[in-house]
Ligand binder design. Structure first.
Ligand SMILES: Nc1nc2c(ncn2[C@@H]2O[C@H](COP(=O)(O)OP(=O)(O)OP(=O)(O)O)[C@@H](O)[C@H]2O)c(=O)[nH]1
Length: 852
């Protein structure tokens, strides 16, 4: 197998054809087959030049085991090698590439055509480490030697290389004679020196010795044709000199500016191109150019390898759906592998170029993988925020204070995020994650802030609810029983409740690390809220003050001091009771006119008393003409914002109140008078006894006769039915006489009603039922009117009826009797309904009017 490879490598291929064209494709195939590309710098290039048909190919084949085409000795001397051929030495280490150049002085190209000769010589000098110069022994010391023009050409073109490679020129003297080499070599060197001296050199190299540019070596071989055995023997000895030729002290130990093997072909092609274009050959620049091109190629290849690396593709797809544990380590390893590959292949190229291209490759790779890193950071960011949210909830549920929970959980979430970032960074990149760390911190702070705001809002709502519960009902009940101590009690309740609820609230705020000023502001807001509860309740109650006044009036007027409903028997002082009741109502009004946060006493009650209650109607009218303290919209001591009922409104309210309570007083007076009259009309007891004694016989007769007894029984049943119908017990509640009067008035209509009913029932038995339209129901007038009801309406509904109207209207059987008892405010309210009053003498109603 190895033999086959060696044979393939040794097979000569054309590098440049006879027309001067570079045979890139066949050369590439050769390079691949010979395995030169992987040799790095461990390879040597040997060329041979010399006159045509001087046995060059024969020598190379014998020396290196190659198979360059040789001329058939029996056909005569003609050119066999056209252009430049190339093969790899067999069994020589390091890898040695040999090039066989077209012979000089060829008849085929003509005498003057030295262009290709010069170009191929320059090419050989530019790319070879060792140049064998084949020459006939008999040419040494001759003026017309065949190799003189060749040497001249070599030295001339050497000047076109900006940087000499210190090529080894090994002169191989063919067909050596008996003259020993020791004698031939000085003559040859002298010839060489002469030629070197004769060559026109640039100013910089005018005095430069040949040794600066070349290592000159000389060897001699016997004739292949005549002494083949000796030739082979000495060739084998010469072959030893090519072993480790590039090592220090070797044949090519001093060589300079070697192009790495992988760039050899490209470099050769470029050099040939430059030579063909007859340009100056700047080898250092060429070397940089080759390095640039090759390093680029290598970098591109490695980048391509990475993009299709399955491990990288796996990581890239995994990171789309979530964090990848050990991301940095894994990715770093992958990048490392491909960078090392680059380093391995580019190591022999120009260092500056290699490093620059490495850097470029690395940045391309990092750009490729960076989006995956960013994606991972986003996952970590979300994870950190989620962790913070969850752990904060748990801490708060566990009873830890808000501020401490936020602090602890922020720290742990950020630590975890930072660890994740550190794990995601690859060693090749200096990726900065401080910005995203800041973002995570902001995310966490924003969340904590929103939770805090929510919690504080909940706390505030709770505190408000507590305040509302603690204040609303007690304040309402205090207003229900309004008296001169009401506002003091309200202030006490307010103080007690706020002092119990607000410090607790403030303490809770400190758990949220609310600063002192905002915390105080929040407490102050709550205090205002508590005040507003009281004030709103007060305003609410003030809007219903007329109802409250009437209720208060009724309570006092219709109940005695033991809260027992009053029975108007005639002994009561209605005037005094009415005055007391109105005084109580006025006191209630004075409580409701203003909000009193201030503990200082005011004069509102005394102003109201003196203005509204005291003095006769005539004196009031007179005083109204002068200075009326209630003719104002403000109270002297009360700021407008605390005024609930203005003095003018008080006046109007009082007027309405009086109008609406007049009827109750009138009724009380009427009841009293009726009571007095009823009591005075009873027959004396002696007359009653006389009736019983004188009527004894008639009573006995009735009892003894069954017919009478039956009639008596029927009469009893009738009387019982009437009694039920008339509700006798209720009628006699106010005395016998008023009862008799009332019953006698209702007796006839009731009997008529009974008879009608019996007749209707009998008719209904004989007639089919007919559907009758329902009678429209009359809406009762409003029981209570709001304080805003127009006075005319109030008067119409509540003013006592005129005496004429009272007498003309009969009492309705269905309406309640004109009972004088007002057992409760509800009864009083019922009594406010306009109804026909019981007939009474004119002088009695005028008595009631005088109280009103
Ligand atoms: N006198 C003599 N002839 C030789 C020697 N070696 C080879 N020859 C003969 O020289 C002739 C040319 O041999 P090649 O090896 O083809 O010579 P060449 O220099 O490669 O020829 P071109 O490639 O055409 O320039 C052949 O006939 C060989 O037999 C030698 O050492 N001495």
């Amino acid at each position: 197998m190895e033999e086959t490879t060696d044979a393939a490598a040794a097979t000569a291929v054309q590098l440049i054809d006879g027309e001067g064209e570079f045979a890139g494709e066949s050369a590439e195939r050769f390079m691949a087959a010979a395995g030169v590309a992987g040799c790095g710098l461990s390879y040597a290039v040997v060329s041979i030049m010399g006159p045509q048909s001087s046995g060059k190919s024969t020598l190379l084949n014998q020396l290196f085991g190659t198979n360059f085409r040789e001329m058939d000795a029996f056909r005569g001397r003609s050119q066999t090698t056209k252009g430049i051929w190339m093969a790899r030495c067999v069994g020589v280490e390091p890898c040695t590439v040999v090039m066989d150049l077209e012979g000089t002085d060829g008849r085929e190209r003509g005498e003057d055509d030295t262009a290709f000769e010069k170009q191929s010589s320059l090419f050989a000098l530019a790319i070879s480490d060792i140049v064998l110069i084949n020459m006939w022994c008999h040419d040494i010391g001759r003026e017309q030697a065949a190799n003189k023009p060749l040497l001249k050409t070599v030295f001339q073109v050497m000047m076109r290389l900006f940087s000499p490679r210190k090529t080894t020129l090994l002169f191989v003297i063919r067909d050596k004679t008996r003259t020993p080499l020791e004698h031939l070599e000085p003559v040859l060197r002298e010839d060489i020196q002469k030629i070197w001296n004769s060559v026109a050199k640039p100013e910089a190299h005018k005095d430069t010795p040949i040794s600066e540019f070349f290592n000159v070596e000389v060897t001699a071989l016997p004739s292949f044709e005549e002494k083949e055995e000796q030739f082979r023997e000495q060739v084998q000895q010469l072959r030893q000199r090519f072993s480790n030729s590039i090592a220090p002290g070797g044949l090519a130990g001093d060589r300079r500016g070697v192009v790495p093997a992988s760039g050899f072909l490209f470099s050769s092609q470029q050099i040939w191109k430059v030579i063909r274009e007859n340009k100056d050959l700047d080898l250092p620049a060429h070397k940089v150019m080759v390095a640039t091109v090759r390093c680029d190629e290598i970098a591109n290849e490695k980048f391509g390898c990475l993009t299709s690396d399955t491990e990288w593709l796996d990581i890239e797809s995994a990171v789309q759906s979530g964090p990848v544990p050990g991301f940095g380590k894994k990715l770093g390893y992958i990048v490392d592998v491909h960078m090392q590959e680059y380093d391995k292949e580019a190591v022999y190229f120009d260092e500056a170029v290699r490093k620059a291209k490495r850097q470029h490759l690395e940045s391309r790779i990092l750009n490729l993988v960076q989006p995956a890193f960013q994606k991972l950071l986003n996952h970590l960011r979300l994870k950190a925020l989620e962790k913070f949210k969850t752990s904060l909830n748990l801490s708060l549920e566990g009873g830890q204070s808000f501020a401490a929970s936020v602090r602890d959980n922020t720290e742990s979430s950020l630590n975890e995020f930072e660890q994740g970032c550190a794990d995601a960074v690859i060693k090749q990149a200096n990726w900065d994650y401080s910005k995203i760390l800041e973002k995570v911190r902001r995310d966490i702070e924003d969340h904590a802030f929103s939770v805090r705001e929510k919690k504080l809002s909940e706390l505030t709502t709770q505190a408000k609810e507590k305040l509302r519960k603690a204040l609303a009902e007690p304040v309402e009940s205090l207003f229900d029983a309004a008296d001169e101590t009401t506002w003091a009690s309200i202030r006490n309740v307010y103080r007690r409740e706020t002092e119990s609820i607000l410090p607790q609230f403030l303490k809770t705020l400190f758990g949220y690390e609310v600063e002192y000023v905002p915390a105080e502001q929040m407490v102050s807001n709550l205090r205002d809220y508590a005040q507003s509860i009281v004030e709103n309740k007060a305003k609410d109650e003030a809007s219903k003050v007329l109802i409250h006044m009437k209720e208060r009036f009724t309570t006092v007027f219709s109940h005695d001091k033991d809260s027992i409903p009053r029975v108007w028997t005639g002994k009561e002082d209605v005037r005094a009771i009415a005055k007391d009741a109105r005084t109580a109502a006025l006191k209630l009004l004075s409580v409701m006119v203003a909000i009193r946060w201030d503990e200082e006493e005011d004069r509102i009650e005394s102003i109201l008393m003196s203005t509204l209650l005291e003095g006769s109607v005539v004196s009031k009218i007179a005083s109204a003409a002068h200075a009326d303290p209630l003719a104002s919209t403000t109270w002297e001591e009360i700021p407008p914002k605390f005024t609930m009922i203005t003095p003018a409104q008080c006046k109007s309210l009082w007027k309405q109140f009086k109008a609406e309570t007049e009827f109750a007083i009138t009724q009380a007076v009427s009841t009293q008078q009726a009571h007095r009259r009823g009591n005075s009309k009873l027959p004396p007891p002696w007359a009653m006894v006389a009736i019983a004694v004188l009527g004894f016989n008639e009573i006995m007769m009735l009892l003894r006769n069954p017919l009478y007894l039956f009639l008596l029984f029927v009469g009893y049943l009738l009387a019982k039915a009437l009694a039920v119908q008339l509700d006798i017990s209720r009628e006699f509640q106010n005395g016998v006489v008023p009862g008799l009067i009332s019953v006698s008035a209702k007796l006839l209509p009731t009997i008529q009603n009974l008879v009608n009913k019996v007749a209707a029932e009998q008719q209904a038995e004989h007639r089919p039922p007919a559907v009758e339209p329902p009678e429209p129901q009359l809406q009762p007038p409003p029981l209570l009117l709001s304080p805003r009801s127009p006075m005319s309406e109030l008067r119409r509904l509540h003013m006592p009826l005129s005496p004429v109207r009272k007498i003309a209207t009969p009492s309705s059987p269905s309406s309640p009797s004109s009972s004088s008892t007002m057992s409760s405010p509800r009864h009083f309210v019922d009594d406010q309904k306009p109804r026909p009053a019981a007939a009474q003498p004119e002088n009695e109603s005028s008595n009631a009017d005088s109280i009103v």
